[in-house]
Design a protein around this ligand. Structure first.
Ligand code: SF4
Length: 376
């Protein structure tokens, strides 16, 4: 990444520096599978098999997340004396656990200066995730995704089976051996307004074993492209839009043609895609019917919290639009010429009313292709 990227004013963009720093982070240099790479089976397989990334997406949002993340963890370390960014490694994965908050019994096995200011009631492994406002409602409603759960379970599983990695700087932690994990915790931080949402789950070694099985399946794959894609591809899933293997995973589409067309090889594939389309249409029609019915029923309900959902209303104010006549008057008073731009809609009406053809010319662009499916 070049540091010479220039802003409009000619000054170097500060993002050049931020990208360079990010590229030197141990996580960026690591070629082993990290738990955060397990978001998609195929992506994990590309990494396990050492394939070279083909795409370099805009990382600015991710870098901002890293800065917020680092600041919060550092504060938790100095103020709460939580264990932050400590490394774990087992035979499958390597990575850094965001936070481990020791319980009293485990903390008692460490020198006093390494104990947390307030021990947890049970030993807790925490993952801090920064999210944008755009995703916040989803976070509150559904909590961690399956991939996020898998990630924290892999770390917690490694601590449960092995303990902290035996490396300089944390040998005193590795001497604790396997840890009796009681809970995993997600701490979501809204990076636009600082809102915080915590989700806690009892640690279940069987769920950690499932996460390990997922990684084992990836490692057993002979060729990464035998692994199914876990997402629907560029333009449909943001994970794919920003995936470093996007072009490798979805090759060959001509410019302007959706990458997903590569999935249609024959008429049997077309038959299946048409059946999927019809099924999707039926589901969305039914969904729209349920929504429209519920909306009508709720029309006079006051704002408030009802069970798991919060109702609020927007709008209902007097609508305003530009007052053309008043603007013309003001132009005349201020001696500003009134714009006399031709009004295409009015001219079309005039010509039609006069029985004259409306002239048309090609714009050089194509109209969108609209799919049309009916019974055979
Ligand atoms: S492009 Fe999407 S489906 Fe393919 S490896 Fe990346 S995340 Fe997975």
């Amino acid at each position: 990444m070049s540091v010479a990227t220039l802003t409009g004013g000619g000054a170097p963009s500060i993002w050049g520096a931020a990208h360079d720093v990010d590229a030197r982070r141990p996580r960026s240099l690591q070629t082993q599978l990290g738990a955060s790479d397990t978001v998609c089976g195929r992506r994990a397989a590309y990494i396990v098999h050492g394939w070279t990334p083909t795409d370099h997406a805009d990382k600015r949002a991710a870098i901002l997340g890293t800065f917020v993340h680092h600041g919060l963890l550092e504060s938790a370390r100095t103020e709460y004396r939580w264990l932050v960014e400590r490394s774990v490694q087992d035979d499958l994965i390597r990575g850094h656990v965001d936070v481990v908050q020791l319980d009293e019994a485990t903390a008692g096995r460490l020198p006093a200066r390494h104990r947390p200011a307030v021990p947890a009631d049970v030993l807790t492994v925490e993952d801090v995730k920064t999210k944008s406002t755009y995703l916040w409602d989803r976070v509150l409603r559904y909590g961690a995704t399956a991939a996020e759960l898998r990630q924290v379970l892999l770390y917690a599983g490694a601590l449960y089976e092995v303990g902290f990695e035996d490396v300089p700087g944390q040998r005193y932690l590795s001497r604790l051996g396997p840890l009796d994990i009681g809970r995993v915790r997600f701490r979501f931080i809204n990076r636009d307004n600082g809102a915080e949402h915590v989700q806690e789950i009892d640690f279940d070694p069987r769920r950690a074993a499932e996460a390990r099985w997922w990684v084992e399946r990836v490692r057993e794959t002979g060729n990464p492209e035998e692994m199914p894609r876990d997402f629907d591809g560029p333009g449909l899933d943001a994970i794919c839009d920003y995936c470093p293997f996007r072009t490798r995973c979805w090759p060959g589409a001509a410019p302007g043609v959706p990458e997903q067309t590569a999935l249609i090889h024959n008429d049997a594939d077309r038959e299946q895609a048409l059946a999927d389309y019809v099924k999707g249409h039926e589901l969305s029609s039914e969904g729209n019917r349920i929504k429209a019915f519920a909306r009508k029923k709720l029309d006079q309900s006051p704002a408030g919290i009802y069970g798991p959902n919060k109702l609020s209303w927007r709008g209902g104010n007097d609508e305003e639009k530009d007052d053309v006549e008043a603007m013309v008057d003001l132009h005349e008073i201020a001696d500003i010429p009134v714009p006399m731009r031709p009004d295409a809609d009015r001219m079309v009406k005039n010509l039609r009313a006069a029985g004259l053809p409306v002239p048309r010319r090609k714009t050089g662009k194509k109209t969108p292709r609209v799919i049309n499916i009916g019974p055979a």
